[in-house]
Design a protein around this ligand. Sequence first.
Ligand SMILES: N[C@@H](CCC(=O)N[C@@H](CS)C(=O)NCC(=O)O)C(=O)O
Length: 217
Amino acid sequence: MTITITAFERSPDGGKGLARDTRVRWALEEVGEPYQVRLLSFHSMKQPAHLTLHPFGQIPTYEEGDLALFESGAIVFHIAERRAGLLPDDANARARAITWMFAALSTVEPPILELGTARLLEADRPWAAERLPLVKGRLCDRLGQLSVRLGDAEWLDGAFSAGDLMMVSVLLRLKPSGILHEYRNLAAYVARGEARPAYQRAFDAQLATNTGKPSTG
Ligand SMILES: N[C@@H](CCC(=O)N[C@@H](CS)C(=O)NCC(=O)O)C(=O)O
């Protein structure tokens, strides 16, 4: 059955891979599943046709037969559950990998997004200079804890899993800030994720969309 996902017609990041369709593309590439992409303008994302798929008028969405999903976490989880390659067979290891997916999305991503908001959307507010160090401090607390847990390991819990795919995807949003380099093991972890052939194919595909150039992957 054909899988169709949605992505920005023109991503605000110009193709740096930070839009959340990249993590879905990456999961599909990891499990070797072909997919189609329906590109959406900001305007069309807010129209009834898309709102029936995504109540918040965002990307990505996922359609396969009569199944329609939104939320990148739910989509990656669905892909990982239905196809081999992203979740371990052992029940406990699988539960831990899923735990890391949730940790990425609900514990690590929020302070990263908060930093983006503080820097990009609130910089001209009178209280911005006071707030920014607080936001950065909260983020650094989380990154420090994650860095300690990862230690010298290659991945978060044994072999690469959907938990790593999600954690690397979330941490990638920090790349433009340079903060990642304050945590050498996290920077190396993200680089390992980016070096995976499946990530590169996903990245190239979204870049091709955003630059109009054919994919190199
Ligand atoms: N929690 C959602 C967030 C989705 C989201 O924020 N999508 C962004 C692109 S990465 C979007 O569509 N932004 C445009 C908008 O909100 O109008 C997920 O993980 O899928």
